[in-house]
Structures are given as structure tokens and as C-alpha cells.
Design a protein around this ligand. Structure first.
Ligand SMILES: [Zn+2]
Length: 272
């Protein structure tokens, strides 16, 4: 196969938040004990990324939408700006900068695939309003995201996605040959995982917040401080694990600083 017959995947870091590790990992091994009652909390890096995919049939896809430039203004009313500050991001990392580096307008993307509608994944989705891009989310995620009448419910900020034409899926769905969305609920009502089968690099599974970090995956899996449905979450992790085992996949976690630093990333630095 020549290179233009292969799927190309580009991982683009889109800015790093910081947060108390407990939000990401409810790890008994790190908790206070009788002998260490005042164990200090860990304030850790929480990097974000999007994935740009070029398909040999000419279609362009984007997985997730990163964090917004005006995060303080938008996250403040929800009380999230203090909890998850986006305080480690360079000008070249914002999503609009990334699109410029790719010489793309939002409307050049055929499919925007949103893993879920939390504010650090869907916040830039309004860039696609009226563009004709097909925006895909899980049916249960959409239902949940519109089930409240308030500025936000937890990390769902309604204005991030209100008014967008959201196409939904209600089963594992192949979007294009070699590109599949897997239902992995638990973190939220309808969190998705992206499976891409690459010619040279094999299968890659982008878990988004179905798995925050390598420690979340284990085994054993370690749940997070934010889980909508813990039983579903554990089931989804084992679904990911069985697919990963069967396909010898590279599992790319949603917010793992160590892993992200070791992956090929940035424009021009792709997996095929
Ligand atoms: Zn999330």
C-alpha cells in the first residue's frame, strides 16, 4: 500500500489542566492511613488531546475538541475553573491553533466524534455550528446532557453543545472502514472509545475518559472520583481490555501525562 492508501492518525495535545489526583484515581494505596493521617494530596498534570484522522477515501475526522481558550469565564460559573485550571498550555496548542497548523477550517472536518460532552472534551464543539460537519455522540450521552435545565450538571456545561445538530449512535458503530466507535459508558451516561485499525501501527484504542491514566487500566482497574455509573465503568474497562488483548492494541488513555509525552504527537508526526 502506498502511504495515501493508509489511515493516518495524528495525536494533538491541546493544553494541560492540573487537578487533585483523587478526581482521576480513587486509589486505596494513596489514601491516608492510621500511620499517615496527614498524607498530602497530589496536584497533578491532566493533559488533553484530540486525534486527527485522515482516511484514504478522503474523509477527515476529529476525535474530541479539547479545552477552550476562555475556560476561566466558562468554567467559573460551574465552579470548575478552580478545580481543573487549564494552566499549562502554549499558544500553539489551542484547538484553533491546531486547525491552522493543519491548514483546516472547522467545516473541512467531515466527522467530529465526541467521546462525551464534558467541558474538557466538547467545549470547542460550537466551532462546528452550522458547518455541515457530522457531529457524533452516544445516544445516552445526548439524552443525559439535555436532561437538566441549569448552566451545568457536574462537568457538563450545556452551552458547550446546546443548539448543535448531534447525530447519535446506540451500538458499536463503524464510521468508515478501519474506524469504529465503541460504547464504553460509566464515566458518563454514554462515553465512547475510538478504535482505529492502522496498516503499520496496528490497532489503537483512544479511550478518552473511559480510562484516565495507565493506573486506571491496571489490572486491576482503579475507578475515578468522577464516575456516573461504577458498575458500567468496570464493565467498559473489561470490554476495552478484551478488545485490546484480541487486537494487541495500543491503548491511549484520556489524560495520562507520562504516556502522552511518549507518544508521537503534533502535526506532521503521525501513526499509519
Ligand atoms: Zn470526562
Amino acid at each position: 500500500m502506498s502511504s495515501n492508501e493508509k489511515i493516518k492518525v495524528t495525536i494533538l495535545p491541546t493544553g494541560t489542566m492540573h487537578a487533585d489526583l483523587t478526581w482521576l484515581l480513587v486509589d486505596p494505596g494513596r489514601m491516608a492511613t492510621r500511620d499517615a493521617k496527614n498524607k498530602s494530596r497530589e496536584w497533578v498534570e491532566v493533559p488533553t488531546h484530540v486525534v486527527y484522522i485522515e482516511h484514504p477515501d478522503g474523509k477527515k475526522l476529529l476525535w474530541d475538541a479539547g479545552v477552550p481558550r476562555d475556560w476561566e469565564k466558562r468554567w467559573g460559573p460551574a465552579g470548575l475553573a478552580e478545580v481543573f485550571p487549564v494552566d499549562a498550555v502554549t499558544e500553539d496548542m489551542w484547538l484553533d491553533s491546531r486547525l491552522r497548523q493543519l491548514s483546516l477550517e472547522p467545516g473541512d472536518i467531515d466527522y467530529l466524534l465526541l467521546s462525551h460532552l464534558h467541558m474538557d472534551h466538547a467545549a470547542n464543539a460550537q466551532l462546528w455550528r452550522g458547518t455541515g460537519t457530522t457531529i457524533i455522540v452516544d445516544e445516552e450521552e445526548k439524552k443525559g446532557a439535555f436532561s437538566f435545565d441549569a448552566y451545568n450538571k457536574g462537568a457538563h456545561i450545556r452551552s458547550d453543545y446546546d443548539g448543535l445538530d448531534l447525530t447519535t449512535i446506540n451500538e458499536d458503530t463503524e464510521i468508515l472502514p478501519g474506524i469504529k466507535l465503541l460504547r464504553t459508558p460509566g464515566h458518563t451516561w454514554g462515553t465512547l472509545t475510538l478504535q482505529v485499525d492502522l496498516a503499520d501501527s496496528g490497532t489503537m484504542l483512544f479511550t478518552s475518559d473511559s480510562l484516565y491514566r495507565s493506573e486506571s487500566y491496571g489490572p486491576p482497574a482503579i475507578a475515578a472520583g468522577i464516575v456516573y455509573d461504577t458498575v458500567s465503568w468496570f464493565n467498559s474497562v473489561e470490554k476495552i481490555r478484551s478488545i485490546a488483548d484480541r487486537t494487541s492494541a495500543t491503548v491511549v488513555f484520556g489524560h495520562d501525562p507520562g504516556q502522552l509525552a511518549n507518544l508521537r504527537s503534533g502535526v506532521g508526526n503521525c501513526y499509519t
